[in-house]
Design a protein around this ligand. Structure first.
Ligand code: C2E
Ligand code: MG
Ligand code: MG
Length: 589
């Protein structure tokens, strides 16, 4: 059925192509030992798309067919040295010439047995002298047409084979061809008792490029990355694209750990160089996992799986690096899988709970709001703190779901407190970088505010410097939309990221939260004191409020008060507490 469909497709394709390729020249070989016969034949062949080539003997013919691609041979039967039968037989026996149709041109031997002999030696037809012009041209036309169709089918088959084996974007071998080559290379390496290595490469944060610069730029980057990869290995090695931003490389020729390291470093360096695409500069990095045969496996599946596991390890180790597979990595991979499904279950079962940490006005010492901090109430591990699962949730993308749940529950909690008689307090939620890139963030926040009925002025979104700076233009647009809704924006952990101070004046933000690490030693470390002093005066200069996080001692508090810091948050006043406890704190305040 499939073959039939393919055939039908080819036939329709041919019909179209015949019209297009009407003018394509085809070669025909006319063979006769007598010049006047050749001239006569040439005269009567009346097609403009014919390139007529002449041969005067059997040997001449054999030489010519190897030199040119012929649609047809018109072969004289009687020739000195080697006659037509012999010549035709030799043409048939040779693999490279056996497909060329041969028509015998003869004046004699019209008897059946001679004709049979001709067919037996490989002729497909006969023409008899004196040549009938019309018959000759009709026959030639038929064979030219057949040859043209055969060529089209061959071309199409080659194209289909290419499409089945190569990646359309990068032109690199695809997964199918890669597997095939790896199987072949494994067989070869086993026979020669040689090693072989697989490099599994994933571009770091490639999704950012696609999301922020668009898929066209993403495609250009992949194409250039493919070229850079090919330049890092020998021509005997295979670079393939598995799909998305994943590439694999087979290193043959008995590689050692050292030579693999050299190649991996070369690749990491090559990918790290900036890409200039459509007039834009962008940067990515690569994480590489390496597995070697026979030590890490001797079949395609195991080697690929282990290289993949090692690649994940490279990602966990901070990206932009390579790791060799080791069996202990499988245990870690298993742990990751369990953690991932545990976390997804936790979301479904509402095992993620919220704690609220008071924020205190430095002058009145009254609670003016809270920061919402998530915890995982784990069935067997007890209360798990965000630092132990947020980074993982960010890596796997579960963070967006977590953040949505947190914002929604926090808004509903705020509404509940207000119904209980509490004033409309401000409530700060943390937004991960990934969350901040979600196109529907503004829409969802508006939904959550409407659902809960609280005023948007109660909500503060805490963003990190890096999530803003990752793509400042898009971030500013997003922030402006949030500001239009009157949602407050704060920069969290200020001072430890790579914020551009110049950028700060363009950001529609309300607050800066000085990172805990500066507050910690603010009373005993002159540099930290200088930094905190500078941040506060700069923020005030820009019309921003300042919150100091991690305030644990009275000395820290007094120092911050002397600098006119606006709000403090820290264990000195309260640890993050559950909703009911927080309500009590307010009531007692
Ligand atoms: P963060 O936003 O900077 O939150 C402040 C962290 O400092 C909290 O840690 C809080 O318990 C801790 N802290 C507050 N006062 C003090 C103090 O006086 N001394 C000390 N040593 N620590 C103090 P926590 O709850 O473990 O959260 C850690 C981080 O996890 C947060 O840092 C935030 O980046 C992230 N996180 C927490 N909840 C969420 C969430 O719902 N979504 C997202 N995306 N991230 C969250
Ligand atoms: Mg925070
Ligand atoms: Mg913070």
């Amino acid at each position: 059925m499939y073959l039939f469909a393919t055939f039908q497709f080819l036939v329709s394709f041919i019909n179209v192509q015949i019209i297009i390729n009407n003018t394509e020249m085809q070669n025909i070989l006319i063979v006769d030992d007598r010049d006047q016969n050749l001239v006569a034949l040439e005269k009567v062949l009346k097609r403009s798309d014919l390139n007529i080539i002449k041969a005067r003997s059997g040997n001449d013919t054999l030489a010519m067919v190897l030199e040119h691609d012929f649609a047809l041979v018109l072969l004289d039967v009687q020739m000195p040295d080697m006659d037509g039968y012999e010549t035709a037989k030799l043409l048939r026996e040779n693999r490279e010439t056996s497909h060329i149709p041969i028509i015998f041109v003869t004046a004699i031997n019209k008897e059946k047995r001679h004709i049979f002999k001709g067919y037996k030696s490989g002729a497909v037809d006969y023409l008899f002298k004196p040549i009938d012009e019309e018959i000759l041209n009709s026959k030639v036309s038929v064979f030219l047409e057949l040859n043209r169709q055969k060529k089209l089918i061959e071309d199409q088959a080659t194209l289909m084979l290419e499409q089945a084996q190569f990646d359309a974007l990068t032109k690199l071998p695809n997964r199918t061809l890669f597997t095939d080559r790896l199987n072949h290379a494994l067989g070869e390496s086993k026979r020669n008792n040689h090693k072989l290595a697989i490099l599994f490469l994933d571009l770091d944060r490639f999704k950012n490029v696609n999301d922020t610069l668009g898929h066209d730029v993403g495609d250009l980057l992949l194409k250039e990355a493919a070229e850079r990869l090919e330049n890092c290995v020998r021509s005997s090695d295979t670079v393939a694209r598995m799909g998305g931003d994943e590439f694999t490389i087979i290193l043959t020729c008995d590689p050692t750990s050292r030579s693999c390291s050299i190649v991996a470093k070369k690749i990491i360096n090559a990918i790290y160089q900036p890409f200039y695409l459509n007039g834009m500069e962008c940067s990515v990095s690569a994480s590489i996992g390496i597995s070697m045969s026979p030590s890490d496996g001797n079949n395609v599946e195991t080697l690929m799986k282990n290289a993949d596991v090692a690649m994940y390890q490279a990602k966990s180790a901070g990206r932009n690096n390579y790791q060799f597979y080791s069996p202990s990595m499988n245990v870690k991979a298993l742990e990751r899988l369990t953690l991932e499904s545990d976390l997804r279950n936790a979301l479904e079962r509402n095992d993620l709970i919220l704690h609220y940490q008071p924020q205190i006005d430095i002058n009145t010492r009254k609670i003016i709001g809270s920061e919402v901090l998530v915890r995982w109430n784990h069935i067997s591990r007890g209360l798990v703190y965000p630092n132990d699962f947020i980074p993982f949730a960010e890596e796997t993308g579960i963070i967006t779901q977590i953040d949505y749940n947190v914002i929604r529950s926090a808004c509903n909690q705020n509404n509940l407190w207000q119904k209980m008689g509490l004033p409309p307090l401000s409530m700060a939620v943390n937004i991960s970088a990934k969350q901040f890139r979600q196109k529907n963030l503004v829409e969802l926040i508006s939904t959550f505010l409407n659902e809960s009925g609280i005023s948007s002025k109660c909500l503060v979104l805490e963003l990190t410097e890096s999530s803003i700076m990752e793509n400042a233009d898009i971030a500013v647009t997003m922030m402006k939309k949030l500001k239009e809704m009157h949602v407050n924006l704060a920069i969290d952990d200020f001072g430890i990221g790579y914020s551009s101070l110049n950028m700060l004046k363009y950001l529609p933000i309300d607050k800066l939260k000085i990172d805990r690490s500066f507050v910690q030693d603010v009373t005993c470390n002159a540099s930290d004191a200088a930094i905190v002093t500078a941040i506060i005066s700069m923020a005030h200069g820009l019309g921003l409020k300042v919150i100091a996080e991690g305030v644990e001692t009275n000395e820290q508090f007094e120092f911050l008060r002397s600098l006119n810091c606006d709000v403090v948050q820290g264990f000195l006043f309260s640890k993050p507490v559950v909703a009911d406890e927080f309500r009590e704190l307010i009531v007692m305040d």
